[in-house]
Design a protein around this ligand. Structure first.
Ligand code: ITT
Length: 193
């Protein structure tokens, strides 16, 4: 059943869309996907990257939109791959990260998400989410995407890839940012009514 409210989610990534859509359904908000490979600026700050993406997405869609930028920040690698997560996933992948961590004492990492909403007039608002965890010794699990098979969130024994979307959505960096957005969005709709 379609939600009472609608928002466009602009992304090239089907997995991110599925996760965000599921969270927003809880708030009666329908996420509609617009596929676009948005230009990404070079920055060490996910928020800056997401805001630029939101600006470009709004130029294309010309309606209220959300975009999201996420990255895995590994302590022993000085925060790498962080904003370079997409490139690193496409090149050395999860196995490459495990190789880089061989012999490292710390396997601590943080998954971060920056979700940016551009309203109808192009005004930008940012919502952040983060989850700390550890990098597993081996790849584990078939669900999800990207670095899911090697990230174990704190307080859990399983990697993200051993969780179904609905389970990952109870705790993930993306779900935290998305829930912050949904709370703000619904509050704004109520003040309009
Ligand atoms: P957009 O078009 O929305 O930008 P993208 O795939 O480039 O899609 P991001 O820049 O947000 O998405 O993420 C960069 C990469 O980080 C992504 O391709 C994955 O490899 C990895 N990643 C992001 N979120 C993840 C998650 O929840 N679980 C596992 N890997 C993730």
């Amino acid at each position: 059943m379609p939600g009472r409210f609608r928002i466009y989610f602009v992304s090239s990534n089907e997995h991110k869309f599925r996760e965000i859509k599921l969270v927003l359904m809880e708030y009666n908000i329908s996420a509609i996907r617009r596929k676009a490979d948005l230009k990404e600026i070079q920055s060490l700050d996910l928020e800056d990257i997401a805001r630029e993406k939101a600006f470009s997405a709004h130029e294309i869609v010309k309606k209220s939109i959300i975009v999201e930028d996420a990255g895995l920040f590994i302590d022993a690698l000085g925060g790498f791959p962080g904003p370079y997560s997409s490139f690193v996933q496409q090149t050395i992948g999860c196995e490459g990260i495990l190789t880089l961590l061989r012999n490292k004492l710390s396997r601590k990492a943080t998954f971060k998400s920056a979700l940016v909403c551009a309203d109808r007039n192009g005004k930008l608002l940012t919502f952040l989410g983060g989850v700390t965890g550890t990098i597993s010794q081996d790849l584990c699990g078939d669900h999800g995407f990207g670095f899911d098979p090697i990230f174990i969130p704190d307080g859990h024994r399983d990697t993200y890839a051993l969780m179904l979307d609905a389970e990952k959505n109870l705790i993930s960096h993306r779900a935290i940012a998305t829930r912050k957005f949904a709370d703000w969005f619904l509050k704004r709709q109520r003040t309009k009514e």
